[in-house]
Design a protein around this ligand. Structure first.
Ligand SMILES: NC(=O)c1ccc[n+]([C@@H]2O[C@H](COP(=O)([O-])OP(=O)(O)OC[C@H]3O[C@@H](n4cnc5c(N)ncnc54)[C@H](O)[C@@H]3O)[C@@H](O)[C@H]2O)c1
Length: 458
């Protein structure tokens, strides 16, 4: 047994927490890792953010907060940066000082939708080579159940058994569940899950997170159960959205407005509302479903619902194309050579993030059909995204356009004055709303042809 003096007993740990003598390092200071590191620093603990992105490290060290769409964290950043919190790309030097390592590394998937744990595995190897004996490792990244036990721990231990879990290092998980754009709010209210390889490690992690976050902590029996909860909540959403997407395809044919059905359905106490849309993107939901499928296939060939839900959600950009085409047929126009403005490219409203966004698929399909595609998104003004330069003004973007297609329901699009925009567009423009936020009557009154995903064509 060769544990850090500060973790020898729970009392030792509590003392080191209160006296702020612990040094925490967060490896991966992106969307989730940076706010996490800032919260640890704000609780009084010496915190280092470690990242291979040297530009990000430079930006942070020069006092420029990179997450402009995370309200509240700019204030915490200004308070702790270069005081309790430092960023570095030098993992070796940082780990020499570190008692507790948090891993907030990306867990994306490859082009074949297979989870890609390269970052976690390569950092695990660095931990084996560089961390101090007795270090506590906490995995915040989203991984499939049993990945920590079967993959990560063996890499940290190494074939030379330089490290042995629960003997000379500790490990547990606290999967991150915050929503981009609302991380500070979520960190103050969402319960966290804690699992570890021993009772003692679980207690230490619970004490640590209680010190930093004012939220309930759910104690899970082990790492894999905590990771299973994280995946279950997100896959639940992916599957339910797929169900509503499939219903909306049927309801469109039946002349039933899905949004009206949902508003009424939600009055039933045990109905949980999910909305149809152009597709499900982002770094979490699609990836988490594929993580679940990845672990399931090791045990069964018959894990159906998640797979089919993915198929339905991945089909939705094609359905948006069908709606666009239907609108163009009605307007007696051809897609080829027409100017179509895509409104919103983020994968979800009110955040600056285009990872796995359905907008990319729709833009690709429109370009393939030789339409002239323009893009407006308030979060990407003048930036180049998906090969296009994003317009910096909505009314300029739609001027003389043949169509506009709303893909992301940013708040700005909820207050659109359709009659004004339609007056700027070509005669009889086509408007497609894939998120149920536009007023179809106002569009039609202004002289546009309107198609809405899950809506009635009238
Ligand atoms: N973004 C979300 O909505 C969200 C929500 C909950 C959980 N998560 C999970 O949190 C984890 C992190 O996600 P994120 O969105 O913050 O990712 P991100 O891509 O925003 O940040 C990851 C950071 O890790 C750095 N990095 C990559 N490889 C590295 C390495 N070898 N060494 C050091 N740094 C390295 C990158 O440069 C980047 O800054 C993922 O597992 C994700 O599934 C994300």
């Amino acid at each position: 047994m060769n544990l850090n003096q500060k973790f020898k007993t729970i009392d030792d740990f509590k003392k080191s927490l209160q006296t702020h003598t612990l040094h925490v390092s967060v490896i991966g200071i992106g969307r989730i890792g940076l706010p996490t590191a800032l919260s640890f620093a704000d609780s009084g603990l010496h915190t280092t953010g470690i990242d291979i992105n040297t530009n990000l490290v430079k930006m942070i060290n020069s006092g420029d907060f990179p997450l402009k769409d995370e309200p509240g964290y700019d204030v915490i950043f200004n308070k702790v940066n270069n005081k309790q919190f430092f960023a570095t790309a030098d993992i070796k030097a940082a780990l020499e000082q570190t008692d507790i390592v948090l891993l907030s590394l990306p867990t994306p998937m490859d082009n074949a939708n297979v989870p890609d744990y390269t970052a976690l595995k390569s950092v695990a190897k660095q931990l084996h080579d560089l961390m101090k004996e007795g270090t506590l490792v906490i995995v915040e990244s989203t991984v499939e159940p049993s990945f920590v036990e079967t993959d990560l721990i063996p890499i940290i231990e190494g074939t030379d058994k330089k490290f042995v879990v629960d003997k000379n290092f500790l490990i547990g998980v606290c999967p991150e569940t915050a929503n981009p754009g609302e991380i500070l709010k979520d960190f103050k209210k969402l319960p966290r899950l804690v699992g570890a390889t021993s009772e003692m490690t679980t207690s230490i992690i619970m004490d640590l997170y209680h010190h930093v976050f004012p939220v309930d902590l759910l104690k899970m029996p082990d790492c894999k159960s905590a990771n299973a909860v994280k995946l279950t909540t997100n896959v639940f959403r992916d599957v339910n959205i797929a169900f509503i997407n499939e219903l909306s395809l049927l309801f469109e044919k039946l002349g039933i407005d899905t949004f009206k059905v949902l508003e009424a359905a939600k009055t039933k106490y045990n109905f949980q509302i999910h909305y149809p849309g152009a597709g499900v993107g982002g770094p979490c939901l699609p990836v988490n479903s594929y993580q679940m499928l990845n672990i399931a296939k090791k045990y069964t060939n018959d894990f159906k619902i998640v797979r089919i839900s993915r198929q339905v959600n991945e089909y939705m950009p094609d359905h948006v194309m069908d709606l666009i085409e239907d609108g163009f047929t009605n307007a007696q126009k051809s897609l080829q050579g027409s100017t179509i403005v895509v409104l919103g490219i983020s994968y979800k409203p009110n955040v600056k993030d285009v990872q796995l966004s359905p907008a990319e698929k729709i833009i690709e399909k429109l370009t393939y059909r030789k339409a002239i595609v323009k893009v407006y998104d308030p979060y990407y003004k003048s930036e180049k995204v998906f090969g296009l330069t994003v317009d910096d003004d909505l009314s300029t973007a739609v001027t003389q356009a043949d169509a506009m297609v709303l893909v992301t329901a940013h708040d700005e699009f909820r207050d659109i004055e359709l009659s004004f925009l339609v007056s700027k567009m070509k005669k009889t423009p086509v408007i497609v709303d894939s998120r149920g936020v536009m007023d179809d009557h106002a569009a039609k009154k202004a002289g546009a042809i309107f198609r809405g995903l899950g809506r009635v064509i009238s």
